[in-house]
Write a protein that binds this ligand. Structure first.
Ligand SMILES: Cc1cc2nc3c(=O)[nH]c(=O)nc-3n(C[C@H](O)[C@H](O)[C@H](O)COP(=O)(O)OP(=O)(O)OC[C@H]3O[C@@H](n4cnc5c(N)ncnc54)[C@H](O)[C@@H]3O)c2cc1C
Length: 407
């Protein structure tokens, strides 16, 4: 599509898909009458985490026969072979098991505390380590943005998520480049610009600190780390929950039927997730490595040592040809070639004169025309995001969705 896009005079996103038009009009990516999970465009829901946890608990205990014990783990007992034999919980005592999932978040009680698996710090590539998060009330009739809006600032970026009763806004920054006070000022200036009707001084932002990185391995002996215990990368592109889902998918596929196959499954899982963490870091870093901003933070991001080698090599290749699926050969890549094309060409990375060989220019031009027609058709067929969410919330038995975003 590269040649046809260049000839069209449109932005890359407008030339290759209908999403920009739908987003510009604050429309929902689906109609309420569509079957569950179907959509006119790719989308994701913003979920209320507490309600989702209650739903999953009910489903697991009532339908799947899971025994749910809510307690605080105070000790771990090891077996002679180095496996975890049991954990001791404050109220329920010893709980034995064959396989333990470490879901203890930053505490990483088992993978870090028990097995001492080192944390690999990736902050030399991803500098951000703090965020200020705030909830901004919105008018009941106001438009709800169909996409998460990300806006760069001098030492990081803002997120802005539209929900029916509020916007979730956050300022992500690097404490080495911006003081907490300066970050507050950035956030305040953004809110005054985007929510002039709100008394910004009355809002109380919450400060979060984090360190981008991950464990050296994720499965040790009979313990698999999933979620924050495995690692965390800055929230750009929201990769945390999808990594949890992918870990569970892989665990189901690699589920050890007996102890003697465990090491083989563990080493396959560790190889796959080392690859995946590296690929997510590449994709996040792309946003910084091709920026043209000239504040110190952005310049440091472009210094040679701050970009992972594989991404540096790909950027050289992509000067001559667009990202292709051969650059991302694994099953279930978190970010495929299309994601890279969006960011590259959306941020003004110079596109090669020729696109990938294989699609004739006439076919490409027809494809761009089709995209334009589809965008027009969707613009007249889809409800606004607010209309869709109002209808969903009034009829859902358990409204766990707080919002919906085009992806
Ligand atoms: C403001 C914000 C916005 C975010 N937005 C997104 C997003 O849009 N998309 C996305 O993918 N991710 C997002 N994330 C990240 C996502 O929320 C986390 O990755 C996810 O919640 C991690 O889940 P977890 O279960 O691994 O860890 P946690 O949620 O930290 O849970 C760990 C649990 O372990 C328990 N625990 C710890 N020690 C013990 C013990 N000794 N005994 C018993 N229990 C113990 C803790 O009490 C806690 O309940 C966001 C995070 C923040 C802060």
């Amino acid at each position: 599509m590269i040649a046809a896009w260049r000839a069209s005079g449109m932005s890359f996103a407008e030339a290759v898909c209908a999403q920009p038009k739908v987003c510009a009009l604050d429309l929902a990516p689906r109609q309420k009458a569509m079957p569950d999970y179907a959509g006119a465009l790719n989308y994701a829901y913003h979920l209320d985490a507490a309600k989702l946890a209650a739903l999953l608990t009910r489903h697991a205990t009532q339908r799947l026969g899971v025994r749910h014990v809510r307690d605080h783990v105070t000790a771990v007992t090891m077996a002679d072979n180095g496996d975890i034999a049991s954990v001791t919980a404050r109220a329920n005592g010893e709980i034995q098991g064959d396989l333990f999932l470490d879901c203890t978040g930053h505490a990483a009680l088992l993978i870090g505390g028990q097995y001492g698996v080192p944390f690999v710090d990736r902050s030399a590539q991803l500098f951000n380590d703090r965020a200020l998060a705030v909830q901004v009330p919105v008018d009941a009739e106001s438009a709800i943005a169909s996409q998460t809006i990300g806006t760069a600032h001098r030492a990081g970026w803002m997120w802005d998520i539209g929900l029916p009763t509020r916007r979730g806004v956050g300022c992500v920054y690097s404490s080495a480049h911006l003081s907490d006070e300066e970050a507050s000022d950035e956030l305040e200036a953004y809110l005054r610009r985007t929510a002039p009707e709100v008394a910004v001084a009355d809002l109380s932002p919450r400060r979060l600190t984090f360190r981008s990185g991950h464990r050296e391995i994720f499965w040790s002996h009979n313990c698999v780390a999933i979620g924050l215990s495995a690692g965390f990368l800055e929230p750009l592109e929201a990769s945390a929950i999808v990594s949890i889902e992918l870990s569970l998918d892989a665990l189901i596929d690699y589920f050890p039927a007996s102890r003697d196959a465990m090491e083989l499954h563990a080493s396959r899982f560790n190889r796959l997730f080392s690859y995946r963490w590296d690929r997510v870091i590449d994709f996040l870093k792309l946003h910084y490595a091709i920026s043209r901003r000239d504040e110190p933070y952005w310049k440091e991001h472009r210094e040679p040592g701050a970009t992972p080698d594989r991404l540096r090599d790909l950027l050289r290749i992509w000067r001559d040809q667009p990202p292709s699926s051969f650059d991302f050969p694994e099953v279930d890549e978190v970010f495929p070639a299309a994601s890279y094309q969006y960011v590259l060409y959306g941020m003004g990375f110079s596109a090669p004169r020729q696109g990938a060989l294989g699609q004739a220019p006439a076919d490409q031009a027809a494809a761009v025309r089709q995209v334009r027609e589809r965008a027009r058709a969707l613009a007249s067929a889809l409800p606004t995001n607010r209309e869709y969410l109002n209808a969903l919330r009034s009829t859902a038995a358990l409204p766990i969705a707080e919002g919906i975003s085009v992806q």
